[in-house]
Design a protein around this ligand. Sequence first.
Ligand code: 13P
Length: 249
Amino acid sequence: MSRTKFIAGNWKLHLTRAEGSALASAVAAAVPAGVDAAVCPGFLSIASVAQAVSGSRLKVGGQDCHWEEKGAFTGAVSAGQLKDAGATVVILGHSERRQLFGETDATVNRKLKAVLGHGLIPIVCVGETLAERDAGRLQDVLRTQLTGGLAGLSAEHLPTLVIAYEPVWAIGTGRTATSAQAQEAHAFIRSVLRGIVGDLADRLRIQYGGSVKPDNARELLAQPDVDGALVGGASLKPADFNAILAAAA
Ligand code: 13P
């Protein structure tokens, strides 16, 4: 089953609007044929970045959203507002949101339904901590996050679903999962997805995230179930992110 590789940059809490537009323009000019690419700026830069890359193949995404459409939710941003600003992708359930902001599988599930309701592409993040891996709980953790995050949804709702496998111990640490560890986790994730969406599981993309750099991207992306990457630190440097895009081509 051939799946178009999908490389997304998660800018986290970095860059001004001007810096973001310059970076996104440099990336947009370098997206190779046959590769899907996105950048996910902070909320305040989404509209300006989307404008800077309009007409290109580079997608723009949010890093989170609220599950409600509108109302008394101070500080929240809705999926509809992201779409209005020019986003077509939304990251959900990133481990930093889970660890620092109280995100749970239940809130990921509510947000996912809001994102799907607006026709946006969800990137749902899953992944284990080092303690969980060392305790032999990798599969338990992934299964729980997937079944909780996707609860109540089936193939008809999820044709664009993207999963990002991000082992928490590999994020921002310079410590990457080996290609064998990534492949093993991705194959397991796909087997769980098959139980939820049936044969669609073979068409859904599973990104790897965690210290992806130009020098390890090619080997990770060569694994049969690694269909792309969710890139943090290296997505802030145009030369590095473009090298990762080239490795996916
Ligand atoms: P790094 O690439 O900086 O390890 O971050 C990965 C990540 O969290 C992407 O969402």
